[in-house]
Ligand binder design. Structure first.
Ligand SMILES: [Zn+2]
Length: 209
């Protein structure tokens, strides 16, 4: 599967297969876009990346460069081998959903990360009967000492990227978050395209390739 240098259109999702050792670089072209990200084992999609196990594994509530994303069976699935953004990718908040947009007052159907997850898996013939928690790349959710969370625009700059190396054969699902009501995708509330590329010989570090 060759996804070299592709654009993922704003508010849409895609599933990308990675063999163990390959990596995916996700570029925040405009700097303001959150990317909800999932990983499923290519052999068993019910073994999926688990944010609660990942927090336990890394002893951190954020995913930063060097962090490992593990499955519900505590097996490494992805390693964040490079990150040129300010880091601190969110693991706390759930992916947006049609129910959320209804609760925010939308009367028309609204695209969502939850919908994008299932829509992206459908062409692969994959069905998951629930929506796992997502790794929310570039999502800026500071957590105060009292436990309260704040939704802020991304702190990333145009062209910032993260690189995730597959530690097993995985299906990675990306959703360019359609949220346009809160400022999570920038102060102008505008979802935007992202770019991604599959790397066959990824290098660690923040200098990209
Ligand atoms: Zn979303």
């Amino acid at each position: 599967m060759d996804h070299e240098g592709q654009i993922l259109p704003a508010a849409h999702g895609i599933a990308v297969g990675l063999r163990s050792g390959q990596a995916i670089r996700i570029e925040n072209v405009h700097g303001t876009q959150v990317v909800d990200t999932w990983a499923l084992s290519a052999r068993d999609p019910l073994e999926y990346a688990s944010m609660e196990h990942t927090r336990s594994w890394n002893s951190s509530i954020f995913v930063e460069a060097g962090a490992v994303v593990v499955s519900i069976r505590r097996r490494p699935m992805l390693t964040m081998i490079a990150d040129s953004s300010p880091g601190r990718h969110d693991t706390q908040l759930c992916p947006c959903s049609s129910e959320l947009y209804s609760q925010l007052g939308c009367e028309e159907p609204h695209r969502s990360c939850t919908g994008n997850f299932h829509e992206a898996l459908a062409p692969l013939g994959m069905k998951v009967p629930f929506t796992p928690a997502s790794l929310n790349l570039f999502m800026n959710v500071p957590i105060a000492a009292d436990g309260s969370v704040t939704r802020k625009p991304p702190a990333s700059r145009p062209g910032d990227s993260v690189t995730l190396r597959a530690e097993m054969d995985v299906i990675v699902v990306l959703s360019a978050c359609p949220q346009d009501i809160t400022p999570i995708n920038g102060a102008d509330h505008t979802p935007r395209d992202i770019a991604f590329a599959v790397l066959n010989a990824p290098q660690s570090g923040n200098s990209d390739d």
